[in-house]
Write a protein of this length. Structure first.
Length: 302
């Protein structure tokens, strides 16, 4: 595995190395146009709330969420997060598309909080990390140094909302092996193995809250849109397959976003955008199908 030309091989990055890495990044798309402007069009259905801003550039990177405008205390509450890893495009656009196209039909049954782009700097620079070379999706713990994660947790604590379910929208990309794992190896001076990147969609449940039927309903819904990742000797990305297209992690121990609430039903979706079988539109549709499949299950059984 070839390391990026930053830092001293065999030594973890220091602050100067991280600054050099940051200087090597570039803006590749516009958060204000592709995310914020789309959210501003949804204020007939949702309240648009600013829950923070990134200190790196607070005017460029305000943090926004959508909250059900006609909030009803008797309805179960649903949290949807996207863009915890900013480079995972369909997570961001899938959360927005759900708000645009499907949220209204489910609003009779549920209240929603939707945080479509948790890591806007990562979205613009197409990055897994934040501007401080931290992975936000390993940073959801008390006194988090990743301000993207800290802002989400601060909002949830202040809002004091109890959630029935949390959908966290992600992708598994070929760039995990070609860019981000080599960078991780260089940053930490710890050998990183190449991932087995599956061709297809899968979900990650919580070992403490596996919700087998809920995960299965998501997979069944997504199968109508795109293909499900096959197992590799009974595993996906090295983790034991729990059922078709589903693996579990100890999400709390890993500091993952999906562990941020005590919701009974939690899932991390994983779309594979580099497959020759899909388009960008397919990936967005798969994220929406994951949410609607889960919500339909909850509507009927939870």
């Amino acid at each position: 595995m070839q390391s990026p030309p930053i830092g001293t091989p065999g030594k973890p990055w220091n602050e100067n190395d991280k600054a050099a890495w940051l200087a090597s990044q570039s803006i590749q798309r516009a958060y204000s146009e592709e995310v914020v402007a789309q959210l501003e069009l949804l204020t007939d259905t949702f309240e648009l709330e600013r829950y923070g801003a990134l200190s790196y550039a607070p005017e460029r990177y305000p943090l926004y969420l959508l909250k059900t405008r006609q909030w009803a205390s008797h309805k179960p509450n649903i949290l949807i997060t996207g863009g915890v890893h900013g480079y995972e495009t369909s997570g961001v656009q899938g959360a927005i598309r759900f708000a645009q196209t499907q949220a209204r039909q489910f609003s009779e049954r549920f209240n929603f909080v939707i945080m479509p782009c948790v890591s806007p700097w990562g979205y613009e620079t197409i990055n897994r990390w934040n501007s401080r070379a931290m992975d936000p999706n390993r940073s959801f713990f008390k006194n988090s140094p990743a301000e993207e994660a800290a802002a989400v947790m601060a909002y949830l604590q202040s809002a004091a909302i109890t959630f029935l379910a949390h959908f966290d929208l992600h992708e598994t990309t070929d760039s995990d092996n070609s860019i981000f794992r080599p960078a991780l190896e260089a940053r930490d001076a710890v050998k990183q193995e190449i991932w087995d990147i599956p061709d297809g969609f899968y979900t990650v449940g919580d070992t403490a809250r596996p919700a087998v039927e809920f995960q299965g309903a998501i997979i069944k819904s997504v199968e109508q849109v795109t293909h499900i990742a096959p197992s590799n000797d009974g595993k996906i990305i090295g983790e034991t397959l729990q059922q078709h297209g589903v693996i579990n992690y100890d999400v709390g121990a890993l500091g993952l976003s999906v562990g941020v609430t005590s919701a009974k039903f939690v899932t991390t979706t994983e779309v594979y955008p580099d497959s020759s079988k899909v388009t960008a539109e397919t990936c967005i549709a798969a994220q929406v199908a994951a949410i609607t499949g889960g919500l339909t299950y909850l509507s009927e059984r939870a």
